[in-house]
Write a protein that binds this ligand. Structure first.
Ligand code: NAD
Length: 487
């Protein structure tokens, strides 16, 4: 096993909310005593007013009002902080800021499962339902030994923003099980997944909350969830399939769903790379994480004439300046579980991976992997975020200072949920669409979302991340204005 790349912000990093050069920067405001909001906190919530607190830490009055985690490295604080920056910029009403800064429901379950040797183990599961103003809660299930409530809350929050931006009729949700799926037999995983489904069955539903795959979960797991749900719920027959997306094509899944997130990353690059003066044909790229999102992004980019120079996963990093064949590498990963040992490239260390000169760098592994050291090492023109929240605010500030454009995750990786939506529609209509229909419809959503972000960037004179949040918030704001807040 090779050198594992770090995840989770371990840095006591300084953070501010200014990401790109277009964003107004002003002098830092001092933090209040004991981490409390400074007296001028309300005034400093205005964009352009100092929002950088003690130790250069990003601060916002809403953090104090809602008692959000005070640790600047906390993923939830970082993701909500980025949204609040856009919310301030567009003058979003206070009530919407507080609604969106916390999820509606946080569900935690503990459930026992019998192991193959006859003993029982207790597992912890999560389902966070962030917002359903635009439609049912929607978002993946992460199976990972290190998943925590705040990670799931962040990912659920990002789903609300993503669904709004890409124009699908969903809110945001996310869930997971604290489990290493690679350490259990297929039979144990089936019992874990079915028992988890039983624990949350009354909190999900085809018109209420629709999970999907994420890191560590796959289409087989989705099939077990659909089957368990159909068994337990009052939703009859095939209609119960619509409770979950990312199912196998043979069991209610959609053609094109497996590659959808990678396809969406590529569709976004096709739209936005010309603005950075990069031609996709002949463009050089590297990919961090060669799982579902990374491998499909690599394969589709290669098919469009781009060349993958380096890639890395939990087993190590590899490089070939003549190009790594993404299709062959995907076969190798399927057989061996990782990129290490691939014959068509040379093994390199972590630093060399980040320092490899490319046009586009695609982080497609886990959150918070691009911190300050990685941002300083990167030698690229564009970062296309395939993963959710891969760049910390401190990392992003460095990328901005170095003139590296970041295409934000809520735009770049929204292809997955878009095709999940198509799968849900097909289930409800008892239809099966051809792949070219799915691809064409997906492209339409991606092009439209990219255009919205481009417009918001011009309107608010900000970087692409803030613009993406602003565009997402505009749709949510209209929905709340029209429906009101009951009672
Ligand atoms: P996956 O499990 O298929 O792949 C994850 C990859 O990350 C693997 O290659 C793994 O080796 C690598 N990885 C894990 N830990 C690592 C470490 N410490 N260092 C280096 N590499 C490491 O997961 P995925 O579905 O491809 O998801 C990847 C990211 O994309 C996640 O952030 C996920 O939330 C996001 N995402 C996925 C989808 C989807 O449809 N699958 C949709 C939107 C966003």
């Amino acid at each position: 096993m090779g050198q594992a790349f770090s995840t989770k912000a371990g840095c006591a990093a300084a953070q501010s909310e200014s990401f790109m050069s277009a964003t107004k920067k002003t002098a830092p405001a001092p933090a209040g005593k004991n981490g409390k909001a400074p007296a001028n906190a309300k005034a400093s919530a205005k964009v352009g007013a100092g929002k950088v607190g003690k130790g250069n830490e990003f601060d916002h009055p809403i953090f104090h009002e809602l008692q959000l985690p005070s640790d600047a490295n906390n993923l939830y604080r970082q993701t909500v902080g980025s949204m609040l920056q856009a919310a301030d910029l567009m003058g979003l009403p206070h009530q919407l800021k507080i609604i969106l800064a916390q999820p509606k429901n946080e569900i935690m379950v503990h459930f026992p499962v019998r192991m193959d040797d006859g003993t029982f183990k207790l597992f912890k599961g999560y389902r966070v339902q962030h917002n359903n103003a635009l439609g049912p809660f929607k978002g993946g299930l992460r199976f990972h030994h290190d998943v925590h409530l705040d990670d799931v809350k962040s990912l659920a929050f990002l789903m609300t923003m993503k669904c709004s931006l890409v124009g699908v009729p969903y809110g945001g949700g996310k869930g997971g099980i604290k489990v290493d799926p690679y350490k259990h037999s297929k039979a144990e995983m089936e019992r874990i997944v079915r028992r988890f489904t039983t624990a949350i069955a009354h909190q999900i539903g085809p018109d209420y909350d629709i999970p999907a795959p994420d890191v560590g979960s796959n289409s087989q797991h989705m099939a077990w969830i659909a089957d368990t749900y159909a068994f337990l719920s009052e939703v009859g027959g095939k209609q119960a399939d619509a409770v979950i997306t990312g199912k196998p094509v043979e069991y209610g899944g959609s053609l094109g769903r497996e590659k959808a997130t990678g396809q969406g990353v590529v569709d976004t690059l096709v739209e936005l790379l010309p603005e950075a003066g990069i031609d996709i044909k002949g463009c050089k790229f590297s990919v961090l994480g060669f799982g579902n999102v990374g491998s499909w992004t690599g394969k589709i980019l290669q098919d469009k004439g781009a060349k993958m120079i380096a890639t890395a996963d939990h087993t190590g990093a590899i490089r070939n300046d003549g190009g790594i064949d993404a299709h062959q590498l995907a076969d190798h990963v399927r057989k061996t579980g990782g990129v290490a040992g691939f014959k068509g490239a040379t093994r390199i260390d972590k630093d060399e991976f980040y320092k490899t000169k490319v046009d586009v760098f695609v982080p497609a592994a886990l959150e918070q992997m691009i911190q300050e050291p990685e941002a300083n090492m990167l030698n690229c023109k564009v970062v296309a975020e395939g993963a959710n929240a891969p760049t910390t605010p401190a990392g992003e500030r460095i990328l901005e200072a170095r003139g590296i454009e970041v295409l934000p995750a809520i735009l770049c990786n929204s292809g997955g949920v878009t095709v999940s939506y198509f799968e849900w529609v097909q289930n409800k209509m008892c239809e099966q669409w051809d792949l070219d229909v799915v691809d064409k419809k997906l492209n339409k959503h991606m092009v439209k979302a990219a255009a919205k972000v481009r417009e918001a960037k011009k309107k608010y004179k900000c970087n692409l991340r803030t613009a993406a949040y602003a565009a997402a918030l505009e749709r949510l704001k209209s929905a709340y204005e029209i429906r009101g807040i009951f009672p």
